[in-house]
Design a protein around this ligand. Structure first.
Ligand SMILES: [Zn+2]
Length: 331
């Protein structure tokens, strides 16, 4: 969160929630889980079941729920909310799906086809697994040296090492396999043991139950590090994969990491691909250049009070309107 948002959060009063009810909201998460897990624990914090259930209670008390099918039919949706979940982690099936079903809520799950069925994983998740391993050996100096050499970065503290390691370029991701090998971490065994990602069978079961799936690129790259054509391919292939494997006739897609760098040209090509496509970003309560682009905000941080967070997002919306940043501009 930026400085302004921090200040707004401190002043946000949950009683304001009533005032801001008109604004439809699209909160998103990745995972809900009661204990930590190596492939996520060094990347971001997340909510446990009880905290997630509290969110559901709060949202259903203040907002109507949207069925994603209403989005496709372009129905009006005031006072509403729709949840979505990125990265296709196994917990969307084992934890989130049963909770949503019990509360009669529908949602959209954005997945990376390359990781479905656990033959391969997201490079950031591999980095987290490596950092957990390094923690176990007390961040042994010579080991950190060797890794930083392999990835050609320098560091002055363990925190800086972690920060630089987590933020290496997508094009450097092949080197992560060298690091795994160097540390004798058997990643295939990890994937088989922990099964971090959802399977095709599970996706089918959820679709049969009225849940919706969308693409999130094939391999979760930072799109701004790819060429225009590569970006387009990563995006469209992930939507097509869902259509081919599950007989889906709609197009949902969420941009990985951020939608900030996405060009007008690419967006127009995606609208050409499917005139009724719905694209999801994570820029908060902002208005994009086309109403087929839906902006979301994260409710994943367990340290924030959900009601205050929703109020903050709404206050931040008015702040952005004041400074002329409410309308997203794209080149
Ligand atoms: Zn993602």
């Amino acid at each position: 969160m930026g400085i302004v948002k921090d200040i707004l959060y401190k002043t946000a009063n949950k009683r304001f929630l009533k005032i801001f009810k008109n604004q439809t909201i699209f909160p998103y998460y990745h995972i809900v889980r009661d204990n930590k897990v190596s492939h996520i624990e060094n990347l971001y914090q997340f909510k446990n079941c009880k905290q997630f259930l509290n969110d559901i209670d709060l949202l259903t008390k203040h907002y109507n729920s949207i069925n994603p099918k209403d989005l496709l039919e372009n129905k009006n949706n005031k006072n509403s909310f729709l949840l979505s979940f990125d990265d296709g982690l196994q917990e969307v099936y084992t934890v989130i799906y049963p909770i949503l079903k019990k509360h009669n809520l529908k949602a959209i799950f954005f997945i990376n086809p390359n990781f479905v069925d656990n033959n391969e994983g997201l490079y950031k998740h591999y980095i987290s697994i490596i950092i957990s391993h390094l923690k176990n050996i007390d961040f042994e100096k010579s080991t950190l040296e060797k890794i930083s050499q392999k990835l050609s970065f320098s560091y002055n503290s363990i925190d800086e090492f972690k920060h630089k390691f987590i933020n290496i370029k997508y094009s450097e991701r092949e080197k992560i396999n060298d690091v795994l090998e160097f540390l004798k971490i058997d990643i295939k065994a990890y994937l088989q043991e922990h099964r971090p990602y959802i399977t095709k069978e599970q996706i089918q079961e959820m679709i049969n139950d009225g849940f919706f799936f969308g693409g999130h690129t094939m391999s979760h790259p930072s799109l701004n590090q790819l060429t225009h054509e590569e970006q387009k391919k990563e995006i469209i292939n992930s939507i097509d994969w869902l259509k081919e494997n599950f007989n889906i006739n709609y197009s949902f897609f969420a941009f990985p990491f951020s939608d900030k760098s996405i060009s007008k040209k690419l967006l127009n090509e995606l609208f050409e691909y499917d005139n009724n496509i719905k694209l999801f970003g994570n820029s908060g309560l902002k208005k994009d250049i086309d109403n087929r682009i839906i902006q979301r905000f994260s409710l994943e941080n367990p340290k924030k009070t959900t009601a205050k967070q929703i109020v903050t997002e709404n206050l931040y919306k008015y702040f952005n309107k004041l400074i002329g940043k409410y309308n997203i501009k794209r080149k």
